[in-house]
Design a protein around this ligand. Structure first.
Ligand code: ATP
Ligand code: MG
Length: 277
């Protein structure tokens, strides 16, 4: 039997309010459990609380109430939050906030400054990370000399510098064309598979979400859906459900031409299946 996977993220009744008298409810009782090695996409309309959730998980902000545990630590009781942010989580944002006056290599070295390692070892590790994101030939370039996709790859290498348990990415492909988007997603999936890094990626892009093994959809600060994409046919079934024949089968109306072929039982089973998707 497979080993049970460790839980990397656990939230209980997580809530965040803003404004006078907590007028704005950004998150409203979110319960999530995410295991090591999962690749989770977070979707939902603008203002549904996606970034707020990421900010709480990364300890960039504090919840109004509820519990948030990351890598076994209750964030309310973490003494050294700076250390937590630099050791346990890696952040990738849409605006990659690379330091413009530093080269790609120097940007990736920043999170390693606190590590007790020699300058040579630090450089070696940063070079290895840039190799991982396929940018060995650009390591001495400044951010302004890189394309948007290349800059995002530097940001990903930087996020991985300290071997974080969890990478939080807020629309990491938001400002990229579809080719660069595919490249970044392929890279994140590769890192997820090969390094076992856990990813939580906020996205509006269904193509990006399709790369995930689980999609959490927020609406008005609540989890509207939490789906594991184990069945690759799920989306196809949903599409079929919305057709005239799909609607009929869901309602248990077996079209006469199917009956004539003796397919009543099969049609009824498909109807039953469609009611569950
Ligand atoms: N610092 C803040 N002060 C007041 N309200 C805030 C603050 N940050 C977020 N909100 C509100 O909380 C709600 C959730 O915002 P959040 O940024 O999490 O949404 P989102 O799902 O990331 O949206 P988008 O897809 O547009 O990025 C919104 O109504 C927003 O206006
Ligand atoms: Mg957002």
């Amino acid at each position: 039997m497979a080993e049970p996977r460790s839980v990397v993220v656990e939230t209980q009744d997580l809530a965040k309010m803003y404004g006078d008298g907590d007028a704005i409810v950004a998150l409203d009782g979110v319960n999530l459990r995410i295991c090591a090695g999962e690749f989770v996409a977070v979707m939902g309309p603008s203002g549904s609380g996606k970034s707020t959730l990421l900010n709480l998980l990364g300890a960039l902000d504090r919840p109004s109430h509820g519990v948030c545990r990351v890598a076994g630590q209750d964030l309310a009781h973490v003494r050294d939050l700076d250390r937590f942010r630099s050791k346990t989580v890696g952040f990738v944002f849409q605006l990659h906030n690379l330091i413009p006056t530093l080269t790609a290599l120097e940007n990736v070295e920043i999170p390693l400054q606190e590590e007790r390692m020699t300058d040579a070892a630090r450089r070696q590790r940063a070079m290895g990370l840039l190799g991982l994101v396929n940018l060995s030939d650009r390591m001495h370039f400044l951010p302004a000399q890189l394309s948007g996709g290349q800059r995002q790859r530097v940001a990903i290498a930087r996020a991985l510098a300290n071997n974080p348990s969890l990478v939080l990415a807020d629309e990491p492909t938001g400002n990229l064309d579809s080719k660069s988007t595919d490249e970044i997603m392929d890279l994140l999936k590769k890192l997820n598979r090969e390094q076992g890094t856990t990813f939580i990626v906020v996205t509006h892009n269904p193509a990006v979400a399709r790369a995930a093994d689980r999609v959490v959809t927020l609406r008005d600060g609540r989890v509207l859906r939490d789906e594991r994409i184990e069945n690759v046919y799920l989306e196809d079934l949903r599409e079929f459900k919305e057709t005239a024949l799909g609607h009929a089968l869901v309602d248990g109306d077996i079209p006469s031409d199917l009956s004539a072929l003796g397919l009543d039982k099969l049609a009824a089973s498909i109807g039953q299946l469609l009611r569950t998707v």
